[in-house]
Design a protein around this ligand. Structure first.
Ligand SMILES: Nc1ncnc2c1ncn2[C@@H]1O[C@H](COP(=O)(O)OP(=O)(O)OP(=O)(O)O)[C@@H](O)[C@H]1O
Length: 279
């Protein structure tokens, strides 16, 4: 499913002394099946943006289209949007509340009136790499941080969305847990052709996975391009207060030291290969 955002503005507390413009004239188009990284400093508007894509917020002005559907048009039910757009909030494990993993994952599908609840729980658990028999009767609260997060993601996937949005899915996990969850999300996206938005503070996290990256600063979309093009804008990114991926940083340092390093590289794998070539 494609997403088109046209002239989107969002002002919190309009016409009050707390008025704050969180998004200013945002325009972009994302094709069906793309994985988009959304990067920006704290308070740049990332969460505000993603809440518009599943209509949790109403634009102050502007439009959002999912394929041809203008989601804020009169008569469109919230239920219809929820079944198309799955939003996984930051630290989703804090929103787990049922006594078993099965019940927690089944909650969403039941709520939107899906028929084969059992089938969708089984399928979504398999998709996030949780064995059904091992985990279905466990309490979500006895699981590790990474496993809890998988349960929370399975609860959203179980509603069979066309678009998946994840707000900082790797935050608070150790390096192994981060890689596991991000690899799993990437696989979900690829296997199901899910249009996916990955919100992060970390360039290093998103650069390995995203086909394109959006960079937000103070409510404005500053860059939206393929990763390697975005990472060429080193000065602008530093000005905004964002670090470039560690791999690219290393390549730039090697170049400074006089080595013929390819500074267009940024993923861990590519950088390791390049270092092998250089030494
Ligand atoms: N409900 C609200 N009322 C008033 N201002 C808000 C509200 N929610 C967010 N803001 C403000 O809007 C701006 C954008 O917030 P938003 O949460 O979208 O940023 P963010 O990029 O997601 O930040 P973070 O990375 O810290 O989650 C911030 O300055 C924030 O303080």
């Amino acid at each position: 499913m494609s997403v088109k955002v046209v002239d989107l503005c969002h002002t919190y507390g309009e016409n009050s002394i707390f008025e704050f413009k969180a998004l200013n004239n945002i325009n972009f188009e994302v094709k069906s099946g793309e994985l988009i990284g959304i990067i920006g400093h704290t308070g740049s508007g990332k969460s505000t943006l993603i809440q518009h894509i599943n209509r949790l917020l109403t634009p102050t002005s502007g439009e959002i289209y999912l394929d041809e559907l203008n989601i804020n048009e009169k008569g469109i039910l919230m239920k219809d949007i929820c079944s198309k757009v799955g939003l996984v909030f930051q630290y989703p494990e804090y929103q787990l509340f049922e006594e078993t993993v099965y019940k927690d994952i089944a909650f969403g599908p039941k709520n939107i009136g899906m028929e084969d609840i059992d089938g969708s729980v089984k399928k979504s658990m398999a998709m996030v790499g949780l064995d059904f028999e091992t985990y279905k009767d466990k309490s979500p609260f006895e699981l590790s941080g990474g496993q809890k997060r998988r349960v929370a993601i399975a609860g959203v996937i179980a509603m069979d969305p066309d678009i998946l949005i994840l707000d900082e899915p790797a935050s608070g996990l150790d390096p192994v847990g981060r890689k596991e969850i991000l690899d799993n999300i990437y696989k979900l996206h690829k296997d199901n052709n899910l249009t996916t938005f990955l919100v992060s503070h970390s360039m290093t996290d998103v650069c390995e996975y995203a086909s394109k990256i959006m960079v937000y600063s103070h409510g404005e979309l500053k860059l939206f391009d393929e990763s390697k093009e975005v990472f060429k804008e080193v000065e602008l990114l530093k000005e905004i207060g964002l670090s470039i991926p560690e791999g690219k940083e290393l390549m730039l340092k090697l170049k400074e030291k006089g080595l013929d390093a390819n500074t267009d590289l940024f993923t861990f794998e590519d950088v390791v290969k390049e270092i092998d070539n250089l030494i």
